[in-house]
Ligand binder design. Structure first.
Ligand code: ZN
Length: 405
């Protein structure tokens, strides 16, 4: 019974794991779960059913796996927690466990698990990948890395979706319909979305054949999709297109803010020293003017204006700001940081290693990451130190994605 429940409490709102290691007990196990009777084993017990035989009372089907709290709660409240209610819990819990096993997606419990693209840019036929917590995608120039990242980022909606629409002329032509499918998980609860172009037939305006966005969530047509499941920050130098701003730092923050679900003013206001007292790569940021900050980089004892930072120091500062804001999000939603090859490959090998080690050490809340590289050689060099974390590969068109724990 415990194994069929995955050793997880079957109470619909609990999902408490009930087994783990013990150093002191003979079994080497600590078990905080109980096999509770749905109808009691003996007369006078909770929900006792006189019609059952002794064998039926002792059968697996007459029990439900619960944590200790819920085992006591259901036995002390037999009038509220009825036989029918407990049977429903058991069926739906075993179904939930079964689906988690069948989907084999337990690697990513909190983040984006899958992405499929069809008829967008270089991806003509359907290309699908499975993500790990950390991911390296590689392919030669023009093999679709940017399109892949843009499709991923478009799932967060807003400006990222608008950028994809503009680049590939989505919703304009009546040619083959573009499709983006993805699934994300929040603490194990999985949601899938499908975004596609759909032709609209307007009887009164037959000459106009506009496209519209068709949205499906978990297989059902929907007015919108849960964009907050897909919080993707795409750090790409090319995305920081020319603007009226000469100051590169101000330009970069303007590009970053909407991806962090902030206005430009909110992001500037967030640049307070206390928020940056501990960052992933050790940059401390303090605001010194309306549009200026000073940064103390790791290993340095003084603050410098951003224009005095070296290339790598500047990159680490941008990454630290993005990661710090993502990690201070009070909502229990996953975040993914996508680092484009144009930014990553400007760093030397030691600093590339430092980026990967830094993001992979992040926990509570974890951040999912995706780094783009131009060749398998680069991916091999970088991933060699993390072989024990490697969990799988998939290909999408001419791209390959390595997933890591
Ligand atoms: Zn429980």
């Amino acid at each position: 019974m415990a194994q069929r429940a995955g050793y997880i409490c079957s109470h619909p709102l609990c999902q408490q794991l009930t087994i783990g290691p013990s150093e002191d007990r003979g079994t080497k196990l600590t078990n905080v779960g109980e096999a509770a009777h749905i109808t009691a084993a003996s007369p006078g017990g909770p929900r006792y059913d006189v019609k059952l035989t002794k064998t039926e009372r002792q059968a697996e089907a007459n029990g439900i796996w619960l944590c200790r709290v819920h085992a006591k709660q259901v036995d002390d409240n037999a009038s509220k927690e009825t036989v029918d209610e407990l049977r429903r819990w058991k069926v739906s819990h075993e179904d939930w466990v079964y689906r988690r096993v069948a989907a084999a997606d337990s690697l990513v419990q909190h983040g984006i698990t899958d992405l499929a693209i069809e008829n967008i840019g270089p991806f003509r036929s359907r290309a699908a990948v499975k993500f790990g917590r950390h991911n390296i995608v590689f392919g030669l120039n023009n093999s679709g890395k940017s399109t892949f990242c843009e499709c991923l980022a478009a799932l967060s909606g807003g400006r990222n979706l608008a950028a994809l629409e503009k680049r590939w002329g989505l919703f304009k032509s009546a040619s083959q319909a573009g499709v983006i499918e993805a699934a994300a998980s929040i603490k194990g609860a999985r949601t899938s979305v499908r975004l596609s172009e759909e032709l609209v037939e307007l009887k009164r305006l037959p000459q106009r054949r506009p496209q519209r966005l068709q949205v499906e969530v978990d297989g059902n047509v929907s007015a919108s999709w849960p964009q907050t499941l897909f919080n993707v920050v795409y750090v790409d130098n090319q995305a920081y297109r020319p603007s009226d701003l000469k100051d590169p730092f101000r330009r970069d923050l303007r590009a970053l803010a909407p991806q962090l679900a902030l206005s430009e003013a909110q992001l500037w206001d967030a640049l307070r020293e206390p928020l940056f007292c501990s960052t992933t790569f050790g940059s401390r940021v303090r605001r010194t003017g309306a549009y200026s900050v000073e940064v103390q980089v790791a290993g340095s004892s003084h603050f410098l204006p951003t224009e005095n930072l070296g290339g790598a120091e500047y990159t680490f500062t941008i990454l630290d700001i993005a990661l710090r804001v993502m990690r201070s999000d009070p909502r229990p939603v996953p975040w993914m940081l996508v680092i484009d090859s144009s930014m990553f490959l400007r760093l030397d090998a030691d600093n590339q290693r430092r980026v990967l080690d830094g993001v992979q050490a992040l926990d509570e809340p974890p951040i999912q990451t995706l780094v783009c590289l131009n060749s398998e050689q680069e991916a091999v060099e970088l991933s060699s130190a993390t072989t024990e974390r490697w969990v799988g590969s998939s290909t999408a068109g001419r791209l390959t994605l390595h997933a890591f724990r």
